[in-house]
Design a protein around this ligand. Sequence first.
Ligand SMILES: Cc1ncc(COP(=O)(O)O)c(C=O)c1O
Length: 409
Amino acid sequence: MSFDIRAIRRQFPILSRNIGGQPLCYLDNAATTQKPATVIDALTGFYTKHNANVNRGVHILAEETTVAYDEARKTVATFVGAMSHEIIFTRNATEGINLVARSWGETTLQEGDAVALSIMEHHSNIVPWLQLKERKGIRIEWIGINAEGTFSIADLKKALKKPSVKLVSVTGLSNVLGTRPPLEKIIGLAHAAEAKVLVDAAQLIAHTPMNVRTLDVDFLAFSGHKLYGPMGVGVLVAKEELLRSMPPFFGGGDMIQNVTQDTFTPAELPRKFEAGTPSVADAIGLAAAMKWINDAGMETIAKHEHALIAHAQHVLSAVEGVHILGPANADDRTGCISFTIEGVHPHDLTDILGQQGICLRAGHHCTQPLHRHLKINASTRLSVAAYNTKEEIERCVIAIEKAQRLLNC
Ligand SMILES: Cc1ncc(COP(=O)(O)O)c(C=O)c1O
């Protein structure tokens, strides 16, 4: 399918904004993506026509809301190749990982058991395990990266020789280096060692088709807002037998079958893990985002984004003083490119660019262990989505060179 970038851009109302007299140039997509009109319409459509609480009332609005929420779950299930009851709506990827740590981790892991994490993980996939370490005395086995920022399979093999490793929790795509740990291989090795695997797909989900069944992954967590969907909704996908064996994470309304003064019986899946009123409109918006991606074609989007990243790597490497983090070959990266510039602080750079309507990200990107490993405090990140263009990349790099001259003089 051919990719009509103008038609794509027209579907994102925010892209017509001007900032500082210049068109918005949004290259901070790894933080959150912009939303197509279909997603915004799904949100306003819900609130203007259907709004009611879900699973509770029998009036027409309550029925419509429940049907729409169930339909949204089915769309998500199809998008990732799971069954509907294996889809737990959360607030975001972070909550999904915490749910696994608090429920599966708390009841399955014993003192001395270990969780293997790569050094490139986002804090969302580190802190919940450090908290479990504090509570239960588990250990963390750190998996390193190779010179070009790729996941070290050698380290994983070494870690998995220890029977205490019960879980490998790994990002599907580094939000800094743009490298993709080889998930099939990692899952095969972990399962052979009787360890489970959690994939933090917060970044990967927006850049590649995903099928949890083919991948044979045990847990997969992602956020809607990095996938052209609304903020406030995320998904945990997990194998049915695991979800059945896990106690509920939150208690409250909607997650029970029966409550007495002494005890309660949890509801069937997936409601067992969805206590309280869920973010129904956002789940519907997420389903609309997935439909938008399916219409545009995930493979087509991925090809377009790859061309953008390859171009960004090419032009950025030509800028004096720029050090690119991660692979030298753009074919080994997806979605983002992070870099440092000699004598230029990332926050100063992104501040100057921001005033011209160019949005990049500066800081440690919630990956302090990775930045420490790379012996830097902060970096600047450029990250792309379906609606970005080569012209935007060029405008950004010209602005970087100008800012560099300004800050270095
Ligand atoms: C790799 C990775 N994991 C997890 C997260 C956390 O996502 P959220 O804040 O939506 O829960 C992010 C956000 O940037 C991320 O890049």
